[in-house]
Design a protein around this ligand. Structure first.
Ligand code: TC6
Length: 674
């Protein structure tokens, strides 16, 4: 059966696409749409066309799986021009998300009608490409240059009502009467001259582009796609459409051949692949999670709770003392109110979320929960005690989760009589913001527990990855060699600034020492002023705990602007002398090898030990949990682009033991991600 079916309502031809899951505009869809347009052209009894999609959404874009292969005819740019060229009105009837190529089909149609819940977007930039089917040309003509720049360079969708205000949507349909309303619309416009987007003029204010570039300079730093998009819209504004699409085509081809686009497309699929748990059937029966319990109302416990409250899941939060409980719930409310102040939540939504929270001092109240997440002090003894108590009160079948960031889940599970119900749920701070969730699979964790955790992660809008039991799991384990080497290099002659600079230039939001200052230099410090074992301890002992104290590896002014610290330089000198470390000139290459190649090396060990299911999962962890620049595709993808041979040589040059899997792949000329 064809993915495009045709039907008639009087003079209106209805073309319905049914290509699950997201009606991507693959070859069969394009051919079907082209045939439909041809049919309308050749049949006098057809006087208008409605393009509609079955299933959950309008076309969510070009079929990304076809990228990099020879494109079957008709290509999307050809098809959209054919749609627009028809001399009978074409109406795009939109529900779900009209994204990328889908939005471009709508733009090429003569009219657009949408249900109120529909969304329109040009997310190509997130895949490192540009709207290559006329989008850079038709969007400025239909919605204006400012809207076009915003949508095409940032990639975030807009609502149907925003689209209507921008002129992108002509009419809103009833939520449940899209087809009927679209056909009625078609009947109204039959016989009227068609209005083609490509024939409209572009109105530009000369300063728009300079202003837009200046406002987004930091955001677009180092990114090929948004900068190319701005250039193309600017250079082609005022030129005829035919000339504009040529520039668009050239820009598209250049971007799609580039490494940034390959990396971003890799991350798109990696994120989705991460949701698949090896050896577990997709249709496994999940446990029903109606209420979540959280132990600890500190920063972590509060943040974790907010995820569930925002998703409409009631939370019972337990603390040991009233003041700690009040402080925790107060912070949660303040966070919600701050979100509301930014217009991203309504006052009612704040109340609704907080209304789902049950703060309590009574541990036994957790008996009503289907999932209980412990977010208490990071100590094995404390965790074991908590899990032992949980075992006595949790209902049968409740999932017992630990938010530990390093500790052994199997040992924690052994403190209960039900290790099959125990799992690690490692959230990243701030837990209500950071997208990553490591789901730690214990030796005895039941399949349905893992699958339920994975399903739940989607509900709370996290990107989850399955990790095995090892110290620091995937992310923090790979962070360790980086931290160790960065600190060693201070003693050997580098400054914090020198090392951080290399990381920022690489595309990280901050370097290792900036991160230490932000997170707190005192984290993990034993708080014993007589036990100073390294520079970090020395800083902590002097109260240089980072940004919160105005001093850490850097000095900070009142506006938290960092500057190099003479005191830190002194301390480094002191320790260099004390430990008798000879100093040498540290090059950028050395920093890259010792802080980035070593991470790849650790990643290879993690992979070989089965602690990550696949290399792409490691990439997802680093992109969503630690700010690895998505356009470099994560550490393992980046290693592939650097060449594994080069990584091995670099590691050997600086005396590191190369992980056997890394060496093997380098020797065979293989990659981590195929
Ligand atoms: C473009 O249009 C360029 C045009 C110029 C050409 C010259 N293609 O995300 P989900 C798969 S570029 C192929 O879990 P949701 C996805 O891999 C494109 N496959 O669902 C997954 O497969 P799996 C511009 C696609 O409901 C399944 O569909 N468009 C595509 O949470 C379900 O996906 C975009 O960038 C695709 N385009 O979210 C939109 N899209 O089940 C990208 C999805 O085998 N898509 N799949 O793992 C999205 O943002 C979201 O998928 C969504 C639905 C919002 C449409």
């Amino acid at each position: 059966m064809s993915v495009i079916t045709t039907s008639r309502q009087g003079p209106v031809l209805i073309l319905t696409s049914d290509n699950p899951p997201v009606n991507a505009l693959g070859a069969a869809v394009r051919q079907g749409l082209q045939a439909g347009i041809e049919e309308a052209k050749g049949d006098d009894s057809i006087q208008a066309v409605v393009i509609l999609c079955a299933g959950k959404t309008f076309f969510a874009g070009a079929d990304i799986t076809e990228f990099g292969k020879a494109m079957a005819e008709p290509s999307l740019p050809v098809l959209v021009d054919q749609i627009e060229a028809l001399d009978k009105p074409v109406i795009a009837a939109v529900h779900g998300t009209a994204l990328g190529g889908g939005c471009e089909v709508a733009l090429a149609s003569h009219y657009r009608i949408a249900v109120p819940s529909a969304k329109f977007g040009l997310p190509e930039v997130k895949l490192g490409i540009l709207p290559g089917a006329g989008g850079t040309q038709r969007m400025p003509r239909v919605a204006g240059v400012e809207v076009a720049l915003e949508m095409a360079t940032k990639g975030d969708p807009i609502s149907a009502s925003q689209a209507k205000d921008a002129g992108l949507v002509d009419r809103l349909a009833g939520e449940d009467s899209l087809l009927a309303d679209a056909v009625a619309f078609a009947n109204e416009v039959i016989g009227k001259p068609v209005s083609r987007s490509s024939e409209r003029p572009v109105t530009v204010d000369a300063e728009t582009f300079a202003k837009f570039r200046a406002a987004n300079a930091k955001r677009f730093r180092g990114l090929d796609a948004p900068n190319t998009i701005i250039d193309i819209i600017e250079q082609t504004a005022g030129k005829p459409y035919a000339e504009g699409v040529q520039a668009e085509r050239m820009g598209f081809m250049k971007l799609i051949m580039g490494t940034q686009s390959a990396a971003l497309r890799h991350i798109f699929f990696a994120e989705r692949k991460a949701a698949k748990i090896d050896g577990i059937a997709d249709d496994i029966q999940l446990r029903d999670i109606k209420r979540v319990g959280v132990i600890g109302a500190g920063t972590m416990g509060g943040g974790i709770s907010m995820n569930f409250l925002s998703a409409g899941v009631p939370v019972t939060i337990v603390e040991m003392a009233q003041d700690a409980l009040d402080r925790g719930t107060g912070v949660m409310r303040k966070n919600y109110e701050a979100t509301a102040a930014k217009g991203r939540m309504t006052a009612e939504q704040v109340e609704k979320a907080m209304g789902l929270l049950k703060p309590t001092l009574n541990f036994d109240d957790l008996a009503e929960c289907d999932l209980i997440i412990e977010a208490v002090y990071e100590s094995m003894d404390v965790k074991k005690d908590v899990f032992g108590r949980l075992d006595t009160i949790a209902k049968p079948g409740a999932i017992l989760a630990s938010n530990t960031s390093y500790l052994n889940i199997d040992e924690i599970a052994a403190a209960t009589s039900r290790p099959q119900d125990v799992v690690g749920l490692h959230f990243f701070s701030p837990a209500n913001v950071m997208k990553l969730l490591e789901i730690v699979r214990g030796a005895k964790t039941a399949d349905d527990v893992l699958a339920t955790a994975m399903a739940l992660s989607k509900k709370i809008k996290k990107v989850a990855v399955i990790a095995g039991v090892c110290y620091g799991f995937i992310g923090n384990r790979m962070l360790m060699p980086r931290q160790v080497e960065a600190t060693k290099m201070l003693l050997e002659g580098a400054t914090p600034e020198q090392i951080d600079k290399v990381h920022v230039a690489f595309g990280m939001p901050m370097g290792p020492f900036q991160m230490a200052d932000l997170a707190g230099v005192d984290i993990g410090w034993h708080r014993d002023p007589n036990r100073i074992e390294n520079i970090r301890d020395a800083l902590a002992a002097e109260g240089r705990w980072g940004q919160k104290k105005g001093a850490g590896f850097y000095d900070y002014d009142e506006k938290r602007q960092p500057s190099n610290s003479p005191r830190v330089a002194e301390l480094i000198e002191e320790w260099r002398g004390k430990l008798n470390v000879p100093s040498h000139e540290i090059t950028e290459e050395e920093i890259v090898v010792r802080t980035l190649y070593t991470m790849v090396n650790e990643g290879a060990l993690i992979l070989a030990e089965g602690m990550a299911q696949r290399a792409s999962d490691i990439d997802v962890v680093w992109v969503y949990g630690y700010g690895w620049p998505p356009y470099r595709g994560g550490p393992m993808f980046w290693a592939d682009t650097e060449s594994l041979k080069k990584i091995v040589e670099g590691l050997e040059k600086y005396g590191f033991e190369v992980a056997p899997l890394l060496r093997e792949k380098a020797e065979k000329g293989e990659k981590f991600n195929r």
